[in-house]
Design a protein around this ligand. Structure first.
Ligand code: ZN
Length: 327
């Protein structure tokens, strides 16, 4: 018999769907909260968390999570599905890119969080302890800030067991490409240690990020893409009935290369996400505020172009694209 599930003040008995907010406060007593939907199955089985909106502009994943929460009937569930439709509500309402507006921190860099830290650290701590540590699997939905993004997944390789289980979820989710996450990319000062999926994986919970979305809007094809992918994972884990509609074998990037701008000004992309690019191929042009060309930004590696910025403002040193290098 499945047990009751309690997340904060939300408690769902077997066969119940309950929703509400998890509330918390920072040290200045500024209140914040995030929504949670608990779908507790009537029969025993694995528990999965579906998280969206760590990054406020990544709407396709949020929309998919909301639709999932409306359409799943707990009577059809073995185990449980815990959905966080929008983790960073304050950032969402403020329409701010990437960070939490109270402390300007990228929430997906500070897991597992600090209970006495700043707002993002407290939010991360609450989400990690109240939700993630209570489940057996985690899907973290991303994609679609001020950029176009070719769908791909991130899988941490902290131990073989969670890596293999992560790859099994990735095989049915959908994208053709998968990035096996390194500990760090020293050339751009990037580390994967604070990512939610990394910390979940270190605690033995198979966890993947799926990137699909674009230009800070809900592109229907991307919302559907996430929804189909989640449904396939739920079927694969036998949380809901049915066979996954896809059994892929994504190509694995061993290396991700960040492309940065060498000038500040107006940004004009010439390359498109999903393209295979060669080293030195032009990706974008930067012009000054009088329309004069300042520089052409070229690919610093060959591979698949995964993200391309689509927002006119660009500053010197800012990331304009990411290229996945195939082995
Ligand atoms: Zn993101």
């Amino acid at each position: 018999m499945q047990d009751s599930i309690t997340i904060g003040s939300i408690s769902a008995k077997p066969g119940e769907k309950k929703s509400g907010f998890i509330e918390f406060w920072d040290n200045s007593l500024i209140a914040s909260k995030f929504p949670v939907v608990v779908i507790n199955g009537s029969e025993n089985g694995p528990k999965i968390a579906v998280n969206a909106g760590l990054h406020p502009f990544e709407y396709a994943g949020m929309e998919a999570a909301i639709r999932l929460s409306k359409t799943i009937d707990p009577k059809d569930v073995k185990g449980a599905i815990i959905i966080i439709p929008i983790a960073n509500v304050a950032g969402f309402l403020k329409t701010i890119e990437t960070v939490h507006p109270v402390d300007n921190i990228n929430l997906n860099r500070v897991f597992p969080g600090i209970p006495t830290g700043s707002m993002s650290q407290i939010l991360a701590y609450t989400l990690f302890n109240e939700v993630v540590l209570k489940v057996n699997y985690l899907l973290d939905l991303h994609g679609g800030e001020l950029e176009t993004c070719h769908p791909y997944m991130l899988v941490p390789h902290k131990n073989q067991e969670t890596f293999e289980a992560g790859k099994r979820m990735a095989n049915v989710y959908g994208p053709d490409y998968l990035w096996e996450l390194p500990d760090s990319l020293p050339e751009v000062g990037w580390s994967s240690s604070g990512l939610l999926i990394t910390q979940a994986s270190l605690r033995g919970i198979p966890a993947i990020v799926i990137e699909a979305g674009q230009n800070a809007r809900i592109e229907e094809s991307h919302a559907q893409f996430h929804l189909n992918g989640i449904s396939n994972v739920l079927k694969q884990l036998q949380i809901i009935k049915g066979e996954p509609t896809r059994h892929g074998n994504p190509k694995i990037f061993k290396k991700m290369v960040f492309v940065t701008s060498t000038a500040s000004g107006m940004f004009y992309p010439v390359a498109k996400e999903g393209m295979e690019v060669a080293r030195d191929e032009p990706l974008a042009e930067v012009r000054d505020f009088f329309g004069n060309p300042l520089t052409t930004i070229r690919a610093n590696a060959g591979g698949i172009l995964l993200h391309v910025s689509h927002s006119p403002p660009i500053r010197n040193g800012g990331v304009i694209a990411m290229i996945g290098e195939l082995p």
